[in-house]
Design a protein around this ligand. Structure first.
Ligand SMILES: Nc1ncnc2c1ncn2[C@@H]1O[C@H](COP(=O)(O)OP(=O)(O)OP(=O)(O)O)[C@@H](O)[C@H]1O
Ligand code: SF4
Ligand SMILES: [Mg+2]
Length: 347
């Protein structure tokens, strides 16, 4: 992963024409979480909606990693699922290599598009069929996409894929329970790589692993990116992990992107008060002796989000404007940030 990154402008368009692989524009997903009709009538309850993702725009350059961070429930996994077409957007669009994915996935080019993007989930146990041998697990996408048809070819290709993630071709004959958590996640990665995708969406891929194993899996992912030019959307609540893998970092709060910046600038000079709060809470990696503050307060109920800036009940810089007017995501000194205080130069 290269350190140099480009910052998108506030509308999500890129400054280097032609190099954006993934373009997300004004993306929104609303879930209807209303009680069943009869209960609503009897208990006189209104219908209820969660705005899980609420007008998010960004681009990911080919061969780069955008990491999304934020506390639980801020909409990271919903973005991930929208990006690979597991959810249809309520509003906005996701373009992959220039094509609208929701439309493409309904048409004749759906299989070809699905081949180009894959998702890796948090729990390698849940995503691997325990009754299948590794050979069958990794070969399934090869069969589904008709990439390799004969038994010898499948065996050879599965062996190569296992080697590419640091496992042995002989592991193909084993079952998932015979592996450690980190090895199981490598099997998931080998399976995801089977179709030679260009884009991998990784939703907390190492969160279930021990710290030392996390580092091994992350290094494998970085190596694969270097060798195969992969583009990643990487979701993690762990800022130390993000610091290791990301080129760009997007910070989400209650369904919205509140800051997006080059990794270095985000860690060195976080702009948004929420980003500052998240960074203040992580252990001091440089042992500078700077005091650390735990994250203050709680994420509000998404069914009834605060008015104006949804962060205002927790923000030390909030004023009357913050409670009344939602800040727009603006590009300020090369960083995209949604905060009145930053815009006004108050902080
Ligand atoms: N299928 C669904 N139906 C209803 N509500 C949902 C659904 N999926 C997510 N939500 C709600 O949308 C919001 C965002 O959820 P999401 O899972 O995207 O957050 P997250 O950032 O991935 O959280 P975590 O860090 O806990 O994984 C939450 O309020 C969640 O309850
Ligand atoms: S807009 Fe206001 S409340 Fe929101 S983060 Fe900025 S200063 Fe805080
Ligand atoms: Mg999630």
């Amino acid at each position: 992963m290269t350190e140099a990154s480009q910052v998108s402008d506030a509308k999500g368009s890129t400054k280097a024409p032609g190099s954006a692989l993934v373009e997300v524009r004004d993306l929104a997903k609303v879930f209807d979480v209303s009680a069943p009709w009869l209960n609503r009538v009897v208990e006189r309850k209104p219908r209820q909606f969660v705005h899980a993702v609420d007008g998010v725009s960004f681009t990911i350059e080919k061969g780069r990693t955008l990491a999304l961070v934020g506390e639980s429930g801020c909409g990271k996994s919903t973005v991930a699922r929208l990006l690979v077409g597991l959810y249809t957007p309520t509003q906005g669009e996701v373009r992959f290599d220039g094509e609208d994915i929701a439309a493409t996935l309904k048409g004749p080019k759906a299989l070809a598009l699905r081949r180009r993007m894959q998702m890796i989930f948090q729990d390698p146990y849940a995503s691997l069929n325990p009754r299948w041998k590794v050979q069958d697990i990794v070969a399934e996408p090869l069969r589904e996409h008709g990439l390799v048809r004969d038994a010898d070819g499948l065996k050879r290709r599965v062996g190569e894929l296992l080697q590419s993630v640091g496992l042995s071709p002989a592991d193909a004959e084993k079952f998932p329970h015979q592996f450690s958590g980190g090895q199981r996640q490598r099997i998931s990665i080998a399976r995801a790589l089977a179709t030679e995708p260009e884009f991998l969406v990784c939703d907390e891929p190492t969160s279930a692993l021990d710290v030392s194993v996390q580092a091994q899996v992350l290094n494998i992912m970085k190596d694969l990116q270097r060798k195969q030019g992969l583009t990643y959307l990487f979701i993690s609540h762990n800022l130390a992990v993000v610091r290791h893998v990301a080129d760009q970092v997007g910070v989400m709060y209650l369904g919205r992107l509140v800051e997006q910046a080059d990794k270095r600038s985000l860690f060195a000079t976080p702009r948004h008060p929420y980003t500052r709060m998240l960074l203040d809470a992580i252990p001091d990696i440089h042992m500078s002796g700077r005091s650390r503050t735990p994250v203050q307060g709680e994420v509000p109920n998404p069914l009834n989000p605060p008015s104006g800036c949804s962060f205002h009940p927790r923000c030390p810089h909030a004023n009357a404007r913050c409670g009344a007017e939602r800040p727009k995501l603006l590009e300020i000194k090369g960083v995209r940030v949604a905060c009145h205080a930053v815009e006004e130069g108050r902080i």
